[in-house]
Design a binder for this molecule. Structure first.
Ligand code: SF4
Length: 134
């Protein structure tokens, strides 16, 4: 499979797709940090655009209301949807995999903390040898 460029990966993260791209097979494509970063960048871009056009539309009463709706609808809401999808995925790992019940599993980034690899399936990267109960 073609390896995406760094620019393509950044664009994909920024878009907060509801399904991960084809090449995201061996790592969780969205993590809590990615989602928060995408939301902050989106809201910041909307804020900058709003400030740039403030002189044209700022005197009208609806301008900042529209900006607030845009920040929510285009910035925060897609991230919230993506976070819920991510949370559901982590819950699946918690309840359906050996790693989910291991004290070395970090659900924030779906990472095995001692092997430093992402847990993405039912197969524990350590093959169960380093498993310890929570
Ligand atoms: S130590 Fe093994 S079982 Fe525990 S989280 Fe890491 S890979 Fe999974």
């Amino acid at each position: 499979m073609r390896k995406p460029s760094s620019f393509e990966q950044i664009i994909d993260l920024f878009l907060l797709r509801t399904t991960p791209p084809d090449y995201a097979v061996d790592q969780p494509y969205y993590t809590t940090g990615n989602i928060v970063a995408a939301a902050i960048i989106r809201v910041a871009i909307i804020g900058v655009v709003a400030i740039l056009f403030n002189s044209s539309y700022g005197s009208s009463g609806w301008w900042w209301t529209a900006v607030m709706f845009a920040m929510w609808g285009l910035g925060a809401y897609p991230a919230w949807i993506q976070y819920n999808k991510y949370y559901d995925k982590v819950e699946e790992l918690h309840t359906g995999t050996l790693c989910g019940s291991c004290r070395h599993f970090n659900p924030t980034n779906q990472l095995c903390m001692i092997m430093d690899v992402h847990v993405t399936s039912e197969e524990p990267p350590c093959e169960g040898e380093a498993w310890e109960p929570r």
